[in-house]
Design a protein around this ligand. Structure first.
Ligand code: ADP
Ligand code: TZD
Ligand code: MG
Length: 568
């Protein structure tokens, strides 16, 4: 720094100062005008800047970093196209209630607003507003501190979500007095304030549970996010109430816990008389709380624990709304479970017996060593690996690959299963795996369909470049759902199929990683065990019988049907 700038700071430095002051030390992104130097300067300060090959994956990484850490994950992109590439992830973060900040450089306001054709011209703030929780633009260097503080607070307080922060190119070079700059920064105090539930709401909920004959607790990813792990476990164990984890809540209590109803979902949803939802919405994933899944009669009463008051009664009437943060709500409820609490032993016994029968029925199929593999054989092998290394984070996407993995692979610790979430989106695989490795330092096993993998496959280079302890297993069945589809109207391949016998493993080899092709569960087991032990970035091309899957996996019923049929 020359002497005439010694007492000055600028937009670049203030943005980084503001992030660091608030303990944000990692940025996921893709460089380019106007943010290239921002990333360089962040690295020069010792911050971690994880550069991806496409902004969508940097965005997914930031979103899951937010979920894992309760701090907003930051994604940094260039203007218009880079911003739009990141926007899917911002919308995803909002939909899944993950705290994330998308920071995008943008072009000159004067030119953009008059639509005079600037480099990468777009009114990004207006576009972002429709898919995020809050959106802000900073025009003056002295407002950067406030802008970053507002973004952090909006992302993590109340129901977490995605926030957009627009930083026009001119802002970065703006200078101001260094002392005044330092004073303009804001350290956010109590960014996610507790929401204490009303005592009357707790009373109402506890009374309902106490008098239930067949109570059930459904844990969602909001419960996992809240990190109230001990109180949630204690509440379930003290009350003796069976629990059902939504997919990303698996492991909050081990899937092998005696009170887990995971293996008998349909029985408990039909039979339960009082259902307590903890950080889980009654959306499509729970059939909106009504209909056949719930035994048609609508006989159950619901308790809903959630931080968002408007989530109550969203699909069915809620008898006992408990609005507050899950940690405070569960602590308050736990304090009400006294020595004379009568555990619903007959009901939990019935649930256990049914679950055990289902588990026993599935067990032999998980032992098969078929070559090529079916889902059961392959996942039987991976299930054992997770049992032996329960600190491994499992990332999972696909259709059949998702459904079978969710039901077969037991999870033992909180926040160890990351998947397609509320939208059932394909493409989260590499972004999630990379952020999970960066944020936790734990081994990551990513089990993805061959279609799912294709959405983020180029990020294999990112995984190799950063030398991350990730083992990606591609379940290669030559296509979407099955590899056997045929086009009945011409010589093009059916649009659900891919090149047969694709050599996905070569992609890792291309970037100096380990790439292996396996065709049997025993080989799969050996290769993945080795990958996790070595920590080397690895891609396993696991050949799955192309006939083994079904259309859309477990949600084929959502496909609209033509009553007219095919016409030529
Ligand atoms: P799942 O898909 O696992 O069923 P959802 O994403 O549908 O879970 O639900 C998560 C819910 O958790 C959201 O309604 C959100 O408002 C809520 N939530 C997130 N964090 C907290 C928290 N700390 N306290 C209370 N509720 C929370
Ligand atoms: N695009 C996006 C972004 N998300 C989606 N969910 C889809 C398209 C549609 N889709 C699914 O819902 S699953 C899937 C697609 C394309 C791929 C399934 O094939 P796979 O898994 O190879 O990943 P299986 O094991 O072959 O079923
Ligand atoms: Mg497939």
């Amino acid at each position: 720094m020359s002497s005439d700038t010694a007492n000055l700071t600028d937009g670049f430095n203030l943005v980084l100062d503001a992030l660091r002051l608030n303990d944000i030390e990692t940025i996921y992104g893709v460089p380019g005008i106007p943010i290239t130097d921002l990333g360089r300067m962040a690295q020069a300060r010792g911050m971690r800047v994880i550069a991806f090959r496409h902004e969508q994956h940097a965005g997914y990484a930031a979103s899951i970093a937010g979920y894992l850490t309760q701090k907003p994950g930051v994604c940094l992109t260039v203007s218009a196209p880079g911003f739009l590439n990141g926007l899917t992830a911002l919308a995803h973060a909002t939909t899944n209630c993950f705290p994330m900040i998308l920071i995008s450089g943008s072009s000159e306001r004067e030119v953009v607003d008059l639509q005079q054709g600037d480099y990468e011209e777009m009114d990004q703030l207006a576009v972002a507003k429709t898919v995020c929780k809050a959106a802000y633009r900073v025009l003056h260097a002295q407002d950067i501190g406030i802008g970053v503080a507002r973004a952090i607070r909006a992302a993590v307080s109340g129901r977490p979500g995605g926030v957009y922060l627009d930083l026009p190119a001119k802002l970065f070079g703006q200078v101001m007095d260094a002392d005044a700059g330092a004073k303009s920064l804001v350290k956010v105090v109590d960014a996610a304030p507790r929401h204490i539930p009303a005592p009357a709401a707790i009373d109402r909920a506890v009374e309902l549970l106490r008098n239930a004959a067949k109570p059930l607790i459904i844990l969602g990813k909001g419960a996992a996010y809240s990190q109230a792990d001990n109180d949630i476990r204690a509440f379930i164990e003290k009350t003796g109430i069976p629990f059902l984890p939504m997919s990303m809540a698996k492991g909050l209590l081990a899937d092998t816990h005696p009170l887990s109803a995971g293996a008998t979902r349909s029985l408990v949803l039909k039979e339960a008389d009082v259902v307590m939802l903890v950080g889980a919405r009654l959306n499509w994933l729970l059939s909106h709380g009504k209909g056949k899944t719930w035994g048609d009669a609508g006989a159950q009463k619901f308790i809903h624990v959630d931080i968002a008051p408007t989530e109550m009664d969203s699909n069915v009437g809620i008898s006992a709304p408990v609005v507050g943060d899950i940690a405070s709500c569960m602590a308050a409820m736990l304090a009400r479970v006294d020595g004379d609490w009568r555990q619903p032993a007959a009901w939990s016994g019935e649930v256990r017996a049914k679950a055990d029968a289902n588990i026993a029925r599935m067990a032999p199929r998980l032992q098969n060593n078929n070559d090529p593999m079916d889902y059961h054989g392959a996942l039987g092998a991976l299930r054992t690996i997770i049992r032996e290394r329960p600190d491994t984070i499992l990332v999972n996407e696909g259709a059949n690959t998702l459904d079978f993995t969710r039901s077969i692979v037991d999870i033992y610790q909180p926040r160890k299963r990351l998947d397609v979430g509320t939208w059932g989106v394909m493409g989260i695989g590499m972004g999630y795996a990379i952020a999970a490795a960066i944020e936790t330092g734990k081994p990551v096993l990513s089990v993805v369909g061959d279609s799912a993998f294709g959405f983020s496959g180029m990020e294999i280079e990112t995984m190799c470049r950063y030398g991350l302890p990730i083992c990606v297993v591609v379940f290669n069945n030559n296509g979407i759902y099955r590899g056997t589809d045929v086009n009945s109207g011409g010589s093009d391949p059916a649009w659900t199929t891919f090149v047969k016998n694709s050599r996905y493993e070569l992609m890792a080899q291309a970037f100096g990683g380990v790439g292996v092709c396996v065709t049997s569960p025993s080989e799969l087991s050996r290769v993945v065990t080795e990958a996790i032990a070595s920590g080397k970035p690895t891609l396993v091309n696991a050949i799955i019988d192309e006939k083994a899957g079904t259309e859309s996996g477990r949600i084929g019923n959502l496909n609209p049907q033509s009553v007219v049929g095919k016409k030529s």
